[in-house]
Design a protein around this ligand. Structure first.
Ligand code: ZN
Length: 130
């Protein structure tokens, strides 16, 4: 499905401010506090010793076993196998945040597609030159 509306940055910022990563990840992973961080068993690979770290200060997670890492958006996208827009909508609903969207100008979108194509061609060209 092709979205003609783009979620505004201000909405994403508000979600990131309100949706605490410890709360969000804590709904799916049992987290234990260790100093400034939280630790738990990584949901993205099988392990018996916790190497999955959540930082409330930075609002990010990182697994030192499999290398998975990111913020609330990437956690839910990977954990629930959802698209970015779906994750944003779910979190906005959960935290009572109104989503603000910008209509994407179709000409601008077309231009982006054209530019992407030019870049691809340029890459192929330079690879062939090497
Ligand atoms: Zn992992």
């Amino acid at each position: 499905m092709f979205y003609m509306a783009q979620i505004e940055q201000v909405t994403l910022d508000e979600i990131l401010t309100r949706a605490d990563i410890v709360d969000v990840v804590g709904q799916y992973v049992t987290l234990k506090r260790t100093g400034a961080h939280y630790k738990g068993l990584c949901p993205f690979h099988g392990e018996k010793t916790p190497s999955f770290i959540v930082s409330p200060d930075k609002q990010i997670y990182k697994c030192f076993g499999c290398g998975a890492g990111g913020n609330v958006f990437s956690f839910l996208m990977n954990y629930q196998q959802q698209h970015f827009a779906e994750v944003v909508r779910d979190l906005a609903r959960q935290y009572g945040i109104q989503i603000r969207e910008t209509e994407v100008d179709s000409q601008e979108e077309q231009l982006r597609v054209v530019l992407r194509k030019i870049n691809q061609e340029a890459n192929l060209f330079f690879q062939a030159c090497l």
